[in-house]
Structure formats: structure tokens, C-alpha cells
Design a binder for this molecule. Structure first.
Ligand SMILES: CC(C)(COP(=O)(O)OP(=O)(O)OC[C@H]1O[C@@H](n2cnc3c(N)ncnc32)[C@H](O)[C@@H]1OP(=O)(O)O)[C@@H](O)C(=O)NCCC(=O)NCCS
Length: 175
């Protein structure tokens, strides 16, 4: 079977924290964020919840082994990406891009308004990566309450001012 992206299944939930932990090792390259490599991961319960909503996708290799995932949830007409992780040994091979494109396809197919997320402004594989996929930085003054609350919570947990940003990809509207 060729490598592919598929919808996550209930049994995948317990595999995902390990993938997130492996993915987060990338932050060891950035001294001030290296603590993220050991930070708490999303819980299995939360993964199960998002899998149950059919808004979690898995990147599987040619042997059908999960190598990455994207976990999201619908909020009204927006799909919000909560976590995107690709196993460290598999990074840089296009899996992250394919997973985000899957979320964009879901938003388009379900006639949503946008795909949203919060991320690090200056980490090369965060905001710049999403920008190349068509996401735009939401100016602080133009944030809706949901995104403003997420950013406020992130800053409340101790992130440096300005290091996080909210981004959106607007689904192209057909006339
Ligand atoms: C973000 C992440 C999921 C991207 O997955 P990936 O499979 O490596 O991504 P891709 O191979 O599709 O590459 C995407 C782009 O990021 C760039 N990139 C990936 N790893 C990089 C690195 N360590 N340094 C610089 N650029 C990097 C690639 O060059 C590529 O650029 P392109 O858009 O010009 O093609 C992965 O790096 C990861 O799991 N990181 C740790 C967790 C994380 O930061 N998640 C996102 C939270 S918002």
C-alpha cells in the first residue's frame, strides 16, 4: 500500500502522544523553546474525542504505520487545528504539508469559512510553513474572540510576548 493520509480510527488515539513527543524534539534546535521537547502532549482522551468528530487525520507509511497526525475541531464555520505533528525521523518529506492540505480540503468540502490555528511566529516550520500554504497572519486587533482567547491562554501559560500568532486560511468561496 502506498503512503497516504487517512481519517484517524479509535485505536490510533493511544499512538498519537508518542508521535507528538517525537515531533517536538525539533524544538531542541531552538534554545529558548527546547523545553517543549519534554512538555506535556495532548491526552489520549482528547485524541479520542477529536477522532470521534472525524476531524483527525493520520499520515501512514507504506507499511500502514502512523507517522504523523493533524488534530482539529470544528467551531461554527471554522476548522481549528489543535495539533500537527510528524515523527522526527519522517520530517521534511512532505507529510506535514499533506496533512494541512487534507484539513483545507475538509473545510472546502464542508463549505466552511476558514481553517485557523495558533503557532510560533518565528519558528521556521511553524508560521512561515503555514504562510507558504496560503495561511495569513491575523492581526491582533482583528482577532475574533475564540482566537483571542486561545492566544491569551497561551500567553498566560508563560510564552514571551509576540512569539505566538493566530493564522487563518480562508476557504475560496464559489460564486
Ligand atoms: C510542523 C511539522 C508537522 C511539519 O511536518 P513535515 O512533514 O516536516 O513538513 P513538510 O515536509 O511538509 O515540510 C513543510 C515545510 O517546512 C519546512 N521544514 C520542515 N522541517 C523544517 C526544519 N526543521 N527547519 C526548517 N524548515 C523545516 C520544509 O522545508 C517545508 O518547506 P516548504 O513549505 O518550502 O516545502 C513538523 O516539522 C513537526 O512535527 N514539528 C514539530 C511540531 C510542530 O511544530 N507542529 C506545528 C505546531 S503549529
Amino acid at each position: 500500500m502506498p503512503a497516504q493520509i487517512r481519517l484517524a480510527l479509535p485505536d490510533d488515539a493511544e499512538l498519537l502522544p508518542r508521535i507528538e513527543r517525537s515531533a517536538a524534539q525539533a524544538f531542541r534546535l531552538i534554545e529558548e523553546l527546547s523545553w517543549l521537547a519534554d512538555a506535556a502532549t495532548m491526552t489520549v482522551d482528547r485524541h479520542s474525542q477529536l477522532i470521534g468528530l472525524s476531524t483527525c487525520w493520520i499520515a501512514v507509511d507504506a507499511e500502514a504505520q502512523p507517522q504523523g497526525f493533524l488534530s482539529a475541531e470544528r467551531h461554527g464555520r471554522d476548522l481549528h487545528i489543535y495539533e500537527l505533528s510528524v515523527k522526527q525521523s519522517m520530517q521534511g518529506q512532505g507529510w506535514g504539508r499533506k496533512l494541512v492540505e487534507k484539513a483545507m480540503e475538509y473545510a472546502r468540502t464542508n463549505q466552511l469559512r476558514s481553517v485557523t490555528l495558533t503557532t510560533f511566529t518565528h519558528v521556521p516550520w511553524n508560521a512561515p510553513f503555514y504562510r507558504r500554504l496560503g495561511f495569513q497572519h491575523n492581526a491582533a486587533g482583528a482577532l475574533d474572540k475564540r482566537l483571542a482567547d486561545i492566544l491569551a491562554e497561551e500567553y498566560g501559560s508563560g510564552f514571551e510576548p509576540g512569539c505566538r500568532c493566530a493564522m487563518s486560511w480562508l476557504v475560496p468561496q464559489t460564486p
